[in-house]
Design a protein around this ligand. Structure first.
Ligand code: DQA
Length: 178
């Protein structure tokens, strides 16, 4: 009789330990997954005149401000830390690229009109380690011919153009897949 009681006791203990082990594994796994997710950092850099989104040439760029769109992006990619920087000044954009370009974090860059003019911006992108995805809200190839040339495309990881503000989401998605 006591043998039966003992074996039932040990069986129960084993089952309990199995569940306990599984629980510990699950906790560790969840914790590690959280750490990994939180360590994903992507910075969106917007160039000249993109502070006027929502007010500027609405027929081309839409009527949503970037700040409003950014809230939606952050909700969508809740596991990613999305930083944002905007400047109308070429040198400030270059400084920002230098500042974050060696951290390995991804960069989503809409260089605005500097796309078509700036060798300095292209050199800055070529100098850093972080992957840079070039983004345009409008389809630049459907527009004036001076917008068809990009100095930065050859040094970027990839380019996305013409999907409205959704171009930024696609760019982030492409960096997460990398
Ligand atoms: C733009 C396209 C550029 O040609 C223009 O100068 C911009 C915005 C875009 O997002 O479609 O400022 O980069």
């Amino acid at each position: 009789m006591s043998k039966i009681v003992l074996s039932i006791f040990f069986m129960t203990l084993c089952i309990y330990l199995m569940f306990f082990d599984f629980f510990i594994w699950l906790t560790n796994y969840t914790f590690a997954a959280c750490l990994l997710n939180l360590s994903m950092v992507i910075t969106i850099i917007n160039g000249p005149n993109l502070n006027l989104l929502g007010l500027r040439e609405k027929g081309i760029y839409g009527d949503q401000s970037f700040e409003d769109y950014l809230k939606l992006l952050r909700e969508k990619f809740s596991g990613v830390q999305i930083n944002y920087f905007q400047s109308n000044h070429e040198g400030e954009l270059i400084d920002k690229i230098h500042e974050i370009g060696f951290s390995g974090e991804g960069i989503v860059l809409n260089a605005g009109a500097f796309t078509h003019t700036s060798v300095a911006l292209a050199d800055a992108i070529a100098a850093i380690k972080s992957p840079v995805v070039e983004v345009h809200i409008s389809n630049v190839f459907k527009r004036e011919s001076f917008r068809h040339h990009s100095f930065i495309s050859p040094v970027c990881f990839g380019s996305i153009s013409g999907f409205g503000l959704d171009s930024y989401r696609l760019a982030i998605q492409s960096l997460l897949k990398d």
